[in-house]
Design a protein around this ligand. Structure first.
Ligand SMILES: Cc1ncc(COP(=O)(O)O)c(C=O)c1O
Length: 125
């Protein structure tokens, strides 16, 4: 990160509500991504909670390239279940695969075929 990025991080107002950093953040996100609506969250786990409650219905399945504890918990609290579709090399510490975070497309296809209409999104971290 640049010296400006580090200093901005140190100066940021991380209050959970009413943060003064919200407006510059909102402006930067709109300028960069063009989103009309955005909801700032103080941490990733807060965003996961909102996303999971909005998109997941009971019985849904969420394929992902490995789980992250809080992500999986929020998916399960919303009534969904996690399906690991990461490549087998991810589980092999001796493997020198250049990117162990890859999604195995055959595993993903199987999950999609077995759960028609029950996959709200694919979680690729
Ligand atoms: C997918 C995912 N969820 C949640 C977290 C936790 O982030 P936070 O401490 O901001 O909630 C991380 C952190 O790396 C993450 O990668």
């Amino acid at each position: 990160m640049s010296d400006r990025q580090w200093s901005a991080m140190m100066l940021g107002d991380e209050a959970c509500a009413g943060s003064a950093s919200f407006y510059p953040f909102e402006e930067a996100v709109r300028r960069t991504y063009g989103y009309q609506h955005l909801i700032p969250t103080h941490q990733d786990r807060g965003a996961e909670q909102l996303l999971s409650q909005c998109l997941i219905r009971k019985g849904d399945v969420i394929p992902a390239n490995m789980y992250f504890t809080t992500t999986r918990l929020h998916q399960e609290l919303a009534g969904g279940s996690f399906a690991n579709v990461i490549i087998d090399d991810a589980h092999d510490p001796d493997s020198l695969h250049p990117f162990k975070g890859n999604i195995d497309l055959n595993k993903l296809e199987l999950v999609l075929r077995e759960n028609p209409g029950r996959v709200p999104y694919v979680d690729g971290k």
